[in-house]
Write a protein that binds this ligand. Structure first.
Ligand code: FES
Length: 357
C-alpha cells in the first residue's frame, strides 16, 4: 500500500513575509484518504540535495471547508520550509501521507462549551482548523484565543481570524500578545509565560468557565500554560497539546551501520502493511524505527524526535523504554502504543505492530 500520495498545489497565498498558506488537491481517487479531522497534519517527503526530508505541517482549514490547506512558516536553515516559501508554485505536485494526529476533541453539536486556545507563532495552523470547525459544528460553543507572536507583522491568518470574529459575533474572542510591539495594555506585550497567564486569569479569562483547552506552540510556552491551567483546576484530561513541530526535528538516514554491529542482539518482530518480519537489532543505541528502516522496511516517520507521532505503532510483546514522548497521551501509552523513533527494547524480544491504529 502506498503511504505517500500526490497532491497538486492549487494556490499559494502569502500570509506574512515569511509564511505561506498552501492549498492542495488530492487526485479524485485519493479524496477519501485525505478526508481529515480538524487539527490534523500532513507529512510530506521531498528530496533536497540528495537527502530525503520529511516534514509535518498542520491543516488550517475546517472539516466543512471542502479544502485542504496547510500553513508553512519559513524557519532559518529549514530546507523544506524555505523551498515551500520560495520555489513551490501552483501546478506543482508534492507527496504527502494521509492526515494524522489527535489534536482535537469529539464534536458535540448540542453542547455549549467554552474553549480556551493558545497558539504561538505558526502554532496557529491547527488551532485555526479547530476554530473554523467548532464555530460551525458547535453553534452554541464559544472560543477564546490567546495568540502569541513576535510582532504584528508576523501574525499568520490575521485577517481570516478577524473575519471569523465578525461573522460569528460574540462567539470568538481573540487576545493578541506581542513580544516586541507595545500595545495599549502592557498585559498584551511580552512573552506568554506563567505570570502572564495568571494575569489573564485575573480579569480577562475565567478559568472556572473553561471546558476544554488547546495549546500549540513552543514547548516552554506550552508547559507554562499547562501548569497555570492545572493550578486553576483544569486537569490534563481537558488539555490538548500539539508541540510546535519545527521545534524538534532530526534528519538523517537509517542507522544501517549501527544495526550491523557485533554487540548483543534483540529479536524484533514487526508487522507492517499486513506483512510480519523478524530481524535482529542491537540491544543499545538503535530505535525500533531505525532498525526497521535499516532492514528496508518502509516504516512511517517524519520528525524522528518524538513530536509528530507519524511513527506510532503498538507493542504487542516485550519490555521497552521511550526516550522522549511529546505526542502520545497517557491512555495511548497504557494501551501499548509507542513512538517507534523513540522506542528502545529492554529485553530479548520485542513484537511491534504498525497496522493497529
Ligand atoms: Fe515523529 Fe517518531 S517520527 S514521533
Amino acid at each position: 500500500m502506498a503511504r505517500f500520495f500526490p497532491l497538486t498545489v492549487t494556490e499559494i497565498r502569502p500570509e506574512t513575509r515569511d509564511a505561506v498558506a498552501i492549498t492542495l488537491t488530492p487526485a479524485e481517487a485519493d479524496r477519501e484518504a485525505f478526508r481529515y479531522v480538524q487539527g490534523q497534519y500532513l507529512t510530506f517527503r521531498k528530496e533536497i540535495d540528495g537527502e530525503e526530508l520529511r516534514r509535518s505541517y498542520s491543516i488550517c482549514t475546517g472539516v466543512d471547508d471542502n479544502t485542504l490547506r496547510i500553513g508553512v512558516k519559513r524557519v532559518q536553515g529549514g530546507a523544506f520550509s524555505n523551498w515551500a516559501n520560495t520555489e513551490l508554485k501552483p501546478g506543482d505536485v508534492v507527496e504527502a501521507m494521509p492526515p494524522a494526529g489527535e489534536f482535537n476533541a469529539p464534536i458535540e453539536p448540542e453542547s455549549d462549551r467554552n474553549y480556551l486556545m493558545f497558539a504561538g507563532g505558526s502554532g496557529i495552523t491547527p488551532v485555526l482548523g479547530l476554530i473554523r470547525t467548532l464555530l460551525l459544528r458547535e453553534p452554541r460553543s464559544r472560543i477564546t484565543l490567546v495568540y502569541a507572536n513576535r510582532s504584528v507583522n508576523t501574525i499568520m491568518f490575521r485577517e481570516e481570524l478577524e473575519d471569523l470574529k465578525n461573522i460569528h459575533l460574540g462567539r470568538l474572542a481573540i487576545l493578541h500578545v506581542l513580544e516586541n510591539d507595545t500595545q495599549d495594555l502592557d498585559l498584551f506585550t511580552g512573552r506568554v509565560d506563567g505570570a502572564k497567564i495568571k494575569r489573564l486569569f485575573n480579569g480577562w479569562i475565567d478559568p472556572q468557565s473553561v471546558d476544554m483547552a488547546f495549546i500549540c506552540g513552543p514547548e516552554p510556552m506550552m508547559l507554562a500554560i499547562a501548569e497555570a491551567l492545572r493550578e486553576n483546576g483544569i486537569d490534563n484530561s481537558r488539555i490538548k497539546f500539539e508541540l510546535f513541530k519545527t521545534a524538534l526535528r532530526r534528519n538523517g538516514k537509517a542507522a544501517a551501520s549501527v544495526v550491523e554491529d557485533d554487540g548483543p542482539k534483540v529479536e524484533l518482530t514487526i508487522t507492517l502493511d499486513g506483512t510480519t518480519r523478524s530481524l535482529q537489532m542491537p540491544r543499545k543505541g538503535v530505535s525500533v524505527l531505525e532498525a526497521a528502516l535499516a532492514s528496508d522496511m518502509d516504516a512511517p516517520w517524519s520528525c524522528r524526535a518524538g513530536v509528530c507521532s507519524t511513527c506510532r505503532a503498538k507493542v504487542l510483546e516485550g519490555e521497552f523504554e521511550l526516550e522522549a514522548n511529546y505526542a502520545l497521551e497517557d491512555y495511548e501509552i497504557e494501551q501499548g502504543y509507542v513512538l517507534t523513533c523513540q522506542c528502545h527494547p529492554l529485553g530479548d524480544k520485542l513484537v511491534v505492530d504498525y497496522d493497529q491504529h
